[in-house]
Design a protein around this ligand. Structure first.
Ligand code: ADQ
Length: 482
């Protein structure tokens, strides 16, 4: 007899295809399908931002109502395996999920995401008729209070529901002043070192990390790195103390959406056996970015333009990249100074550097299909998805040896090349000299077409589908509900 599926409420502030600002959305969106083959029925709860509600269509079912959820009425809307928290006073506004169009965080973010977490804990605890869950899985600081509500203020009479807290990025912790604590609806004992108190204020991610039965992050190397102050960013002591409960599970990618054999966004479809067909994509990409023809590699970057991603270091290596005969197509948005820096580099190197500031999903597919190598010089990278897309598309990753980049790319050292295992180039220490040296190594590989194609083929043969990671999450859930 097969056992009934484990029912998981996955709680995230963004999930594809509904709302995305970064990699969290890819993962939260992919999890339910990744878990289904492993006996887990996952339902995703996201906030009802204006765009989400607009796309939800006319008649979603109302599964629960709150007369007053942190200052206004709210409804739980259900559509298939999706739940949306419709709370107009918190989420129905123009702008982005976490701030206005000018990039300022919403001043009431603590209230928005406390309410979201409270609602999640209510739903996991059985408050909504007909919806039952065995476990709550919270993602990042926006969902961080949900495990704390389950621990300190569960639905009256409900059976205990275990929680998993996943860190997608330790740099974002949801820290707010102590004054908000009395408004969270938590009992006084939650204001403690092993509760929500954090450096004299309230830490939303911290609260989740203290309260969840298990902690995961998105690669084994990052799980080790966050035990150190440099990567733990104030929470390294907590991570060390809870070491036994911390697990590193690498993200998968959606192999249906990211498949060069079937991708509707690209000009020429191809497989590892038909690599020469890629050249049409390459030519189209160069044309799209106004780049001249050349025999050097066409590098791409698809990234948030931030310090985390090492984009300031890349700026300092661009003259060298061009001097080597390379070209660069960059798509991204973020810090104004970095955006200006890339515009200036493009002006300095017309025909060699092309820059597109903005967010464009279809273009990101065309770039992976047409680029020769993708640059990911991150200072820290919990997992990273763009290098995985690069591997799948034969766009060779050139990455810093950190976090998930260290775990997913096999450096083209002599031994790895000799056995055909190498899939990319790694470098240590994110500073201009190290990146320039990595570019030199990349060029040496590029000049030997046999080596280069071996890198591409080995990368395309890697399996970063969700199969393994889905099984790992399912095994963890099973332990916790047992
Ligand atoms: N301008 C643009 N146009 C189109 N698409 C763009 C884009 N800029 C970025 N993207 C896309 O957004 C996603 C970014 O995901 P990443 O994993 O690389 O980083 P992020 O730091 O957002 O995620 C955090 O969470 C994820 C998920 O766990 C971790 O992998 C990661 O290390 C961690 O920092 C990718 O799908 C990428 O293609």
């Amino acid at each position: 007899m097969t056992s009934p599926p484990i029912r998981v409420l996955s709680v995230a502030s963004e999930a594809v295809p509904w709302v995305k600002t970064g990699g969290l959305a890819d993962v939260a969106g992919a999890l339910p399908a990744a878990l289904a083959p492993h006996g887990v029925a996952a339902t995703t709860l996201i906030p009802g931002y204006r765009d989400v509600l607009a796309r939800l269509g006319k008649r979603p079912r109302t599964a629960h109502k709150w007369a007053d959820l942190f200052g206004g009425p709210a409804r739980l809307l259900a559509r298939d395996a999706m739940l949306v928290l419709d709370a107009p006073h918190l989420f129905d506004r123009p702008g982005r999920p976490y701030g206005d169009d000018a990039g300022h965080d919403w001043p009431d973010n603590w209230r928005r995401f406390a309410a979201f977490a409270r609602a999640a804990a209510d739903v996991a605890g059985g408050a909504a008729k007909g919806l039952r869950f065995d476990l709550l899985h919270a993602h990042d600081w926006q969902a961080g209070l949900a495990p704390a509500y389950l621990r300190f203020a569960p639905v009256a009479g409900s059976k205990p529901v275990p929680a998993v807290m996943t860190i997608h990025n330790m740099a974002f912790q949801g820290y707010f002043p102590a004054e908000v604590f009395p408004q969270l609806g938590l009992p006084r004992q939650a204001w403690a070192m092993d509760g929500v108190e954090y450096h004299g204020g309230v830490g939303l991610l911290k609260a989740g990390l203290e309260s969840a039965q298990a902690i995961t992050t998105v690669s084994p190397t990052y799980a080790r790195e966050i035990r150190q102050p440099e990567f733990g960013m104030g929470l390294d002591g907590l991570i060390r103390a809870r070491g036994q409960a911390v697990h590193g599970i690498v993200n998968g990618i959606d192999g249906a959406e990211w498949n060069p054999e079937t991708d509707p966004a690209i000009a020429a479809r191809y497989t590892a056996a038909t690599l020469p067909d890629r050249s049409a994509n390459r030519a189209a990409l160069a044309a799209e970015f106004g780049l001249e023809a050349g025999d050097g590699p066409l590098f791409i970057v698809v990234s948030r333009l931030t310090w985390q991603k090492g984009m300031d270091v890349l700026l300092e290596a661009l003259d060298h990249l061009v001097w080597l005969g390379g070209r660069l197509a960059l798509l991204g948005s973020g810090d104004a100074a970095l955006e200006a820096g890339f515009h200036a580099a493009a002006a300095r190197h017309p025909g060699r550097i092309g820059v597109r500031i903005g967010y464009d999903e279809a273009l990101s597919h065309r770039m992976q299909a047409g680029g020769d190598a993708i640059l990911v010089p991150s200072r820290f990278e919990p997992c990273g998805l763009t290098q995985l897309y690069g591997l799948r598309y034969g766009c060779v990753p050139v990455v810093a040896r950190t976090g998930g980049l260290a775990d997913t790319v096999i450096d083209a050292n002599v031994a790895a090349l000799a056995i055909g295992a190498a899939t990319g180039v790694q470098f240590d220490g994110v500073h201009p000299a190290a990146l320039k040296a990595a570019l030199d190594r990349t060029l040496a590989l590029w000049r030997c077409p046999e080596d280069w194609q071996a890198l591409q083929r080995a990368g395309m043969a890697q399996d970063f589908s969700w199969a393994r990671s889905g099984a790992a999450y399912a095994a963890l859930y099973r332990q916790l509900v047992a």
